[in-house]
Design a protein around this ligand. Structure first.
Ligand SMILES: Nc1ncnc2c1ncn2[C@@H]1O[C@H](COP(=O)(O)OP(=O)(O)OP(=O)(O)O)[C@@H](O)[C@H]1O
Ligand SMILES: [Mg+2]
Length: 250
């Protein structure tokens, strides 16, 4: 069968009765359903081991679902090629992957052959252009192995620039928990906000500000979504999310 093709998704994502287990005889997720409309922001919250990373890995098809389906703009993700699916996604993860090469090459990783002006524009959007210009060789500064000459925050801003450059309709963010100072965190927050603008975004969220202004919060526990809705709706419900909110954030 010919794979389904989606050139550039609008960004409607729907999980419909998805079940999944790392081993099929032991299901982790049983009946996951939710929808993200184009441009919406979905915050995924839950304690460690709840299944947040697994949910996003299923969306990008690092694993296949055991039941139900995931659609992108109504097209079953399982019928697309993995590469065709993934070119619609950009990711900003906690452990940023940079390679030995110049700053410009590292940003251009998401778009081989990008022009210098595009790279600079992406860096500006990510609010990291100014910092790059303070480096000895600017955009031609070599990042040594593991980019040890950069802070965690600067590394994350470079990956944000990468995603701006390839301009995907859907993004996945794994919000940093600590390891950056407050000022850098503010910078990252601003850049992320800009990046999410006009894109469907899934955020594994730790910061209250990110969670509170999400269109939908998915509250996960033991592999399943036990509550979903906006911050307001979930507080009104006075269930698990409300309990977490009042215990942690007040
Ligand atoms: N590759 C894997 N093989 C088998 N089990 C796994 C694998 N990855 C995760 N799990 C299990 O699946 C469950 C959900 O894990 P997951 O990584 O999705 O949680 P999480 O919500 O992202 O947690 P954290 O907040 O710690 O990142 C856990 O019980 C975990 O042990
Ligand atoms: Mg995780």
């Amino acid at each position: 069968m010919k794979p389904a093709v989606l050139e550039r998704a609008k960004g409607n994502i729907a999980f419909s009765h998805v079940s999944f287990g790392y081993s099929p005889d032991r299901l982790l997720m049983r009946d996951i359903s939710f929808e993200a409309k184009p441009g919406q922001k979905i915050a995924v919250v839950g304690s460690t081991g709840a299944g947040k990373t697994t949910l996003l890995n299923l969306l990008m098809r690092f694993y296949e679902v055991n039941g139900g389906k995931i659609t992108v703009d109504g097209v079953n993700a399982a019928e697309m090629t993995r590469s065709g699916l993934r070119k619609n996604f950009g990711m900003v993860l906690q452990d940023t992957w940079l390679f030995s090469g110049t700053v410009a090459e590292n940003i251009a990783y998401s778009k081989p052959g990008a022009a210098r002006e595009e790279i600079i524009e992406a860096a500006r959007a990510a609010k990291v252009d100014y910092f790059i210009r303070t480096m000895t060789q600017g955009y031609d500064t070599m990042l040594d192995n593991e980019a040890a000459n950069l802070s965690a925050g600067q590394r994350q801003l470079l990956t944000i620039a990468r995603v701006f450059l390839c301009n995907p309709p859907i993004i996945i963010l794994d919000e940093a928990t600590s390891s950056v100072d407050t000022r850098t965190e503010v910078e990252i927050g601003k850049a992320m906000k800009q990046l999410m603008n006009g894109r469907t975004s899934f955020v594994i969220a730790h910061r209250l500000s990110t969670i509170r202004d999400a269109d939908t919060i998915l509250f996960m526990e033991h592999g399943n979504i036990i509550e979903q809705g906006s911050h307001k709706e979930l507080l009104k419900k006075n269930g698990a999310y409300a309990a977490l909110y009042y215990s942690q954030f007040e």
